[in-house]
Design a protein around this ligand. Structure first.
Ligand SMILES: [Mn+2]
Length: 325
C-alpha cells in the first residue's frame, strides 16, 4: 500500500466512488473514535454506500447503544471488496481490529501528530481538536448535512477530545464546527449530561477521598494523592471511575503538577496518573517505564503506594526545580 499525498478532495472523491466500506477505530476506542465512526456511517448512508463499523470481538465502544445506529457495529475483520477507513488511529497496528489476510485500499483519517501516515490516502490534520471535527470538514466538502443523531455523536466526539473546548487543540474552527452542529438541532445540555454527569455516587465519594487526602510536594507546586484498595472498597467504586480526579488536583491555584497514585487489584501494584500545566511529566513517567504527552502522562509500578509516593515527591521537586515556568 503506497502512501500518497492526499487531501480532503481526494478522500471525498474516494468516498463518492467506494462500493463497500469497513470503518475501523483505534483499540480501546474513545468517544472521538465513536463520534467519527457515527459521522462517517451517516455520510456513507447518504452516499448510498454500504458501511459498517468493524471491531475485534471483545472491543467495547463507549456509548455505542446511544451514539451508533443499531446493527451498525460488526465484530469481524474487513472482507474482500471492502475499503478500510481507519479513524482516529495513529497506526494500522493500533486499530481495534485484526486485519488477518485482508488486503485492500486503506484511507487514514486522523489528528494524532505522531500518525505513521499509513494507507493509500491520508487525511491528517494534527491541528484539529478531534477526528470528529475532521469528519465535519469532510461532510461540508461533500455538501452533505449529518442527521441529528450523527451530529450529536460528532459533537460528543469533539467535546470529549477537546476536554469540552478547553485543551490547546481547541481552535476557532472547533467552535465554528460546534456551532454548525448546534444549528443542526443537537441538544448540548443532553450531550453534556450524557458525557460528564453520569458518574456513580461511589465514584464521586472516591474523588472526595482523594482530594481530601492530597499532599503538597515541591514546595506546594505539586500535589500528590493516593487511592488504596480500601478506598475503592469503602465506596464501591470501580477502578476506571477515577477519571477527572487528577485534573481537579491540577486545577488548584499555584499547582503545576498533580499526581494520583492508584493501588491496583493485582500486578502492577500501582498505576500513576500525572498532569501538568507545562512541565514535561512524560519525562517523569518515562523514568519509570511509562510515557504519554508533555502535560498528561502515566506509569505503573510494582512498588508500594508509599514507595511510589516517596519517589514522586523527589522526582517532582527535581522536575520543577529545573522547569523554566
Ligand atoms: Mn481523537
Amino acid at each position: 500500500m503506497k502512501a500518497l499525498a492526499a487531501d480532503l478532495d481526494a478522500v471525498c472523491q474516494h468516498m463518492r466512488g467506494a462500493r463497500r466500506v469497513a470503518l475501523a477505530v483505534h483499540e480501546k476506542p474513545d468517544l472521538d473514535a465513536v463520534g467519527a465512526a457515527a459521522g462517517m456511517l451517516d455520510l456513507f448512508a447518504q452516499l448510498g454506500t454500504a458501511a459498517a463499523v468493524c471491531v475485534a470481538p471483545g472491543e467495547l465502544l463507549p456509548l455505542e447503544e446511544v451514539l451508533l445506529p443499531g446493527g451498525s457495529v460488526e465484530r469481524r475483520a474487513p472482507v474482500a471488496g471492502e475499503a478500510l477507513y481507519a479513524l482516529d488511529s495513529g497506526s494500522l497496528a493500533r486499530l481495534a481490529l485484526d486485519l488477518g489476510d485482508w488486503d485492500g485500499p486503506v484511507v487514514n483519517v486522523d489528528h494524532h501528530h505522531d500518525n505513521a501516515r499509513f494507507g493509500d490516502l491520508v487525511l491528517l490534520r494534527p491541528a484539529a481538536s478531534s477526528t470528529s471535527e475532521i469528519v465535519c470538514d469532510i461532510a461540508r466538502a461533500l455538501e452533505l448535512v449529518p442527521s441529528r443523531a450523527a451530529a450529536t455523536a460528532l459533537y460528543a466526539g469533539i467535546s470529549f477530545d477537546s476536554g469540552h473546548f478547553r485543551h490547546s487543540s481547541t481552535g476557532a474552527s472547533t467552535f465554528a464546527t460546534a456551532a454548525w452542529l448546534v444549528e443542526l438541532g443537537i441538544d448540548v445540555t443532553e450531550v453534556y449530561r450524557l458525557l460528564y454527569e453520569r458518574r456513580s455516587a461511589g465514584a464521586t465519594r472516591l474523588e472526595g477521598r482523594a482530594l481530601a487526602g492530597m499532599r503538597p510536594a515541591a514546595g506546594g507546586r505539586a500535589l500528590i494523592a493516593v487511592l488504596t484498595r480500601a478506598d475503592y472498597a469503602e465506596f464501591d467504586a470501580a477502578d476506571h471511575e477515577t477519571e477527572g480526579i487528577v485534573d481537579r488536583m491540577r486545577a488548584v491555584e499555584g499547582v503545576e503538577v498533580a499526581a494520583l497514585v492508584k493501588e491496583q487489584r493485582g500486578r502492577p501494584r500501582v498505576r500513576v496518573s500525572l498532569r501538568s500545566t507545562g512541565a514535561d511529566v512524560s519525562a517523569v513517567a518515562a523514568e519509570r517505564g511509562g510515557g504519554g504527552h508533555v502535560q498528561a502522562a502515566g506509569f505503573s509500578s510494582d512498588d508500594t503506594c508509599e514507595g511510589v509516593t516517596a519517589w514522586l515527591s523527589s522526582a517532582l521537586a527535581k522536575l520543577l526545580s529545573t522547569a523554566s515556568s
